[in-house]
Design a protein. Structure first.
Length: 311
């Protein structure tokens, strides 16, 4: 994919994401669900710097608390580097330094962005020149959101979310993210969704085995119309996330009372994404949320996927 780096460090960057639409299919025999989602990459980034080394290591810094992150072989960035090394026959290692800005366990794909940026950085550092399709295949082995972190922009994800097709999006969408002080387990939220569907089986339509993205979402993205997109925002994981963390509902109400067109739980939560009509309203909303002692961050999308940053 790239030529070998001429400097002793390669800096790569990958974005977090918001699922502007997420439909979760019925529980399958293997314990998984098929998805239909519309991803948008937003301007909240993970920065990975890769240095030559004999073995594999990772360290963290950044604007979020990284003290609880694993730094051994279970870390997704280390897994990504080792997977690339095995695929290409590279015999050395890498020292990864990651500056995190995407909320941890926040439903925005921060770990997936780490993995995508690590793949790109190591490919450049080692000069392994892996092709785009092969890189995508490796990304899919690391997790459902990793291929999108590579691709960026706006895309439709099906299957487990890793079968991507680009989606046309015009203009800029302005977001304000309310970042929780706690994380949520994705498997726990999916398990709560299954229980929610069992509890309300008499009142709700059975989940489709293979869900589809609402056509209204695609139209709003193509038109670059924030108001239309706000009407079409949907996340099947929102109800179970709110059941597990009821306080999120009050924050959704607060955001919508202070200028947001709509708010939504991002992915499996607990980060809340508020869509604003313009940058001025986004700033006012950020101030209002901050005044309520919430951590609020502005971002826009769509943005590029993982890439090497040249100084």
């Amino acid at each position: 994919m790239t030529l070998a780096a001429t400097s002793p460090v390669v800096h790569a960057r990958a974005p977090g994401k918001i699922n502007v639409f997420l439909a979760v299919g019925a529980l399958q025999d293997d314990g998984y669900h098929d998805l239909a989602t519309a991803y948008q990459a937003v301007s909240l980034y993970e920065d990975v710097r890769a240095y030559p080394a004999d073995d594999f290591s990772v360290s963290f810094s950044g604007s979020v608390d990284t003290s609880g992150l694993e730094v051994d072989g279970s870390n997704l960035a280390i897994k990504a580097a080792r997977l690339l090394a095995r695929k290409t026959g590279y015999r050395g290692g890498v020292r990864l330094e990651i500056e995190k800005n995407v909320p941890i366990a926040g439903g925005m794909g921060g770990g997936s962005a780490d993995a995508a940026a690590s793949l790109i950085a190591c490919d450049a550092l080692w000069g392994t020149e892996l092709g785009k399709d092969e890189m995508h295949t490796l990304a899919a082995k690391l997790g459902a959101d990793v291929p999108f972190a590579l691709a960026g922009g706006t895309a439709i994800g099906t299957g487990r979310g890793d079968q991507l097709s680009p989606a046309l999006a015009q203009g800029n969408f302005h977001w304000v993210l309310a970042v929780a002080e706690f994380g949520m387990s994705t498997p726990a939220v999916y398990a709560e969704l299954d229980r929610h569907r069992e509890r309300h089986a008499a009142d709700i339509r059975p989940a489709a085995v293979s869900p589809q993205v609402d056509a209204r979402v695609l139209h709003a993205l193509r038109a670059g119309d924030s108001a239309l997109l706000a009407e079409a925002l949907h996340n099947d994981l929102q109800a179970p996330a709110l059941h597990l963390a009821p306080g999120l509902g009050q924050i959704l109400e607060l955001g919508e009372a202070n200028g947001a067109l709509a708010g939504i739980v991002s992915g499996s939560g607990p980060t809340l994404a508020f869509l604003a009509p313009d940058s001025d309203t986004a700033l006012e909303l950020q101030v209002a949320l901050s005044a309520s002692r919430l951590t609020a961050v502005r971002a826009h999308g769509p943005v590029h996927g993982a890439r090497v940053i040249h100084s």
